[in-house]
Design a protein around this ligand. Structure first.
Ligand code: GDP
Ligand code: MN
Length: 396
């Protein structure tokens, strides 16, 4: 689950990480009230108005603006709230902005030489360990830094049995070129950030930029946070941060129906039981010259109702030109699944793409007969390759 910047900062702050202070607002009136309140707390009359959407690169897309007066706060937030923000990380049509974060301006005039760093904590799946990635080249496009000057990106692996050790936090601060009070503050920052990451069961905390002010404060100016969905039962307060408006509506619907569905860009929808078989089926589709339109694991109980729900979800994607059903009948019987497919097809009346059904396992032969005799635009297959060939045939 991804979080908004303001939610990520709330979590960081609760673990003692210094953050750019801010208050979220859903209307220009609330924005002005928020700015007034912040001025009381911070003393600064300048604020940044930051669009809250699940995408980075907001600055480039016009979603982060500096306001030097309350009038500008009102004017800029009415501009940003409701806008369709397009950034390098949004879909081409952009993302609608429902709320803004009114934040203290931390690049204030007295802060004459701010330094921007990059820092993230993430799970490195290759080594099976958490790691901290950091760079002196913060504030801008870290992807460009990785491509053009990869030697400026450092990593620090964390041994799970010891956690982050104090010397590692100091090494990071040192490699960022800091000394004295700034080194001390950065060391504190890194330790608190790592604690926030582990205790919140996150898979990513990305802070870009981490700001060092000229008076040696170290602050998180941005926060991109991903939490592990499977841990949310442990964190009801974080689970409540979910913003469904930011998520793919079909994926949300699938989750409610208890189906594991991931939307993809291709043209062949697939319905499979078991995650491993689903992955293999996606490979099969590619081999047959198609592109998978989704990942869908219907799980162990592929009854007619479930099959129908799954068909409906797949068909919401207008790019789908064919559907490949690949079910292995171990506990579930193939003839039941076949009957479910036929019933769902008849019930829905709106299926206008060919369906290739590969059923293998218990009662596969009966299932094939059921499908072949149904009179519907459904092709049956028993062998994997046979299914691939049929997909290829209907695509060409
Ligand atoms: P992103 O573009 O989505 O990564 O959003 P960020 O939160 O990183 O903000 C983008 C840019 O806005 C930063 O790199 C800063 O240059 C600028 N910015 C953020 N906070 C402030 C601020 O308090 N004052 C000023 N003047 N600029 C800021
Ligand atoms: Mn950023």
């Amino acid at each position: 689950m991804n979080l908004h910047e303001y939610q990520g900062k709330e979590i960081l702050s609760s673990f003692g990480v210094d953050v750019q202070r801010g208050i979220v607002a859903t209307s220009p009136q609330e924005a002005v009230a928020a700015a007034r309140k912040l001025t009381e707390q911070t003393g600064t009359g300048w604020h940044v108005i930051k669009a809250q959407v699940h995408a980075g690169g907001r600055g480039k897309g016009g979603g982060v603006k500096l306001a030097k007066s309350l009038e500008e706060v009102e004017q800029l937030s009415s501009q940003i709230i409701g806008m369709n923000l397009v950034t390098p990380q949004t879909p081409p049509e952009g993302k609608k902005v429902h709320q803004v974060l009114i934040a203290e301006d931390v690049y204030y005039p007295g802060n004459s030489e701010p330094e921007e760093f990059y820092m993230s904590v993430l799970l490195n799946r290759t080594i099976g360990r958490n790691m901290i990635m950091y760079s002196t080249e913060g504030g801008m496009d870290i992807e460009a830094v990785a491509e053009e000057t990869p030697h400026l990106i450092f990593t620090e692996e964390i041994d799970p049995s010891t956690g982050l050790l104090p010397f590692q936090a100091r090494k990071i601060a040192f490699n960022l070129g800091l000394s004295g009070q700034a080194l001390k503050q950065m060391t504190k920052f890194v330790s608190a950030l790592y604690k926030a990451y582990t205790q919140s069961d996150a898979s990513l905390f990305e802070i870009n930029p981490v700001l060092k002010t000229s008076d040696d404060r170290v602050i998180a100016v941005d926060a991109k946070v991903t939490l592990d969905d499977n841990s949310l039962f442990r964190h009801p307060d974080y689970a409540a941060m979910r913003d469904l408006r930011e998520e793919n509506p079909v994926e949300v619907e699938a989750k409610e129906a208890g189906l594991n569905y991931v939307d993809l860009d291709g043209n062949v929808g697939c319905m499979v039981n078991g995650a491993g078989l689903a992955m293999a089926t996606m490979d099969l589709i590619k081999q047959a010259g198609g592109e998978p339109a989704n990942f869908l694991d219907v799980g162990g109980t592929a009854d007619a109702e479930r099959v129908e729900t799954a068909f409906k979800l797949i068909l919401k994607d207008p790019n789908v030109k064919a559907i490949l059903v690949n079910i292995f009948g171990g506990i579930v019987r193939c003839d039941r699944v076949a009957q479910g497919i036929v019933d769902a097809y008849k019930n829905m009346k709106t299926i206008n793409v060919p369906i290739i059904v590969r059923l293998q396992g218990t009662n596969a032969d009966i299932a094939k007969e059921l499908i072949d005799n149904s009179g519907l635009d459904v092709y049956s297959a028993i062998e994997f390759q046979e299914a691939a060939d049929k997909v290829q045939a209907v695509l060409s």
